[in-house]
Design a protein around this ligand. Structure first.
Ligand code: NAD
Ligand code: RM4
Length: 254
């Protein structure tokens, strides 16, 4: 069964990792997809080609989500190409691991701007378009297990993920009257570019694996199903919710 037949899905930061898996997962479920990407054209083009190989339409739009104008331009380009926006997956994010006491100001400010301001303006731009269209929509933000628990080298990052989680709660209220649902997924530890260097430390990687009841770290594709579900009409009465996708890591105290 295809869950997103005829829908237009937008995904930010979708040239790699979870965003790419979500974009391809949406296409597997019948959606046309617009992806935002920050830097290199090659991986973005490869994502577009993977979607087209599934028989769906795709475009890639370059832009830094930290700039509010990027959100307006991304939505406008998607509407120009596909005529509408049904789903926004706000996924782009960074986590430059660093100790707290000597954290550089610019690293804090950049992390806040990309992860939280970026999500805010993307969600707002998508919602403005959905309200104009008048037939509702679904917004899924990629928050994190780190919205709920801390990290010694993530003092700049975890507040942004708590912020994204909170943003989905408040926008669920603000947009419910327009039939727009807002939910977040909270991934645990997923093997992607964002933590490649951090998890190159074998001891840390084994510790993270040992904390996971399902016995392995996640793959980007592990997020595709939960994101597609929340985006789809299967979740028609789900809004303001946060779905942990962490192999059980969060509940594993002892
Ligand atoms: P990733 O590095 O593969 O993906 C992040 C994507 O965001 C990249 O494609 C990157 O180019 C893009 N991006 C970064 N800054 C951007 C900007 N300013 N404008 C536009 N795009 C930008 O890593 P990932 O793990 O797939 O991360 C995706 C999301 O998942 C992030 O928000 C991250 O916080 C969240 N997350 C990841 C994990 C994990 O363990 N990997 C866990 C919880 C949450
Ligand atoms: C997640 C979580 C993971 C980490 C990534 C970067 O939110 O903290 O453990 O690897 O962020």
């Amino acid at each position: 069964m295809k869950l997103l037949e005829g829908k237009t899905v937008l995904v930010t930061g979708a040239s790699t990792g979870i965003g790419r898996a979500a974009a391809i997962g949406a296409a597997q479920h019948g959606a046309d997809v617009a992806i935002n990407y920050a830097h290199s054209d090659g991986p973005a083009q490869s994502c577009v080609e993977a979607i087209e190989a599934l028989g769906q339409r795709a475009i890639a739009v370059k832009g830094d989500v930290a700039d509010p104008q990027t959100a307006q331009d991304f939505v406008a380009k998607a509407v120009e190409t596909f005529g509408k926006v049904d789903v926004m997956v706000s996924n782009a994010g960074i986590c430059p691991f660093h100790a707290f006491l000597d954290m550089p100001v610019d690293v804090v400010e950049r992390t806040f701007k990309v992860n939280l301001h970026g999500a805010y303006f993307m969600v707002q731009a998508a919602a403005q378009q959905m309200v104009k269209q008048g037939h509702g929509g679904s917004i899924v933000a990629v928050s994190s297990i780190s919205a709920l628990v801390g990290g010694e080298f993530q003092t700049h990052y975890t507040p942004t993920k708590a912020g994204v989680h909170s943003l989905m709660q408040s926008t669920a209220i603000a947009l419910g009257k327009h039939g727009i649902r807002c939910n977040s997924v909270l991934p645990g530890t997923i093997l992607t570019e964002i933590n490649k260097d951090d998890l190159a430390d074998q001891e840390k990687r084994e510790y993270m694996e040992a904390r996971t009841p399902l016995g392995r770290l996640g793959a980007p594709e592990d997020l595709a199903g939960p994101i597609v579900f929340l985006a789809s009409d299967m979740a028609a009465y789900v809004t303001g919710a946060a779905l942990l996708v962490d192999g059980g890591m969060y509940v594993n105290l002892q």
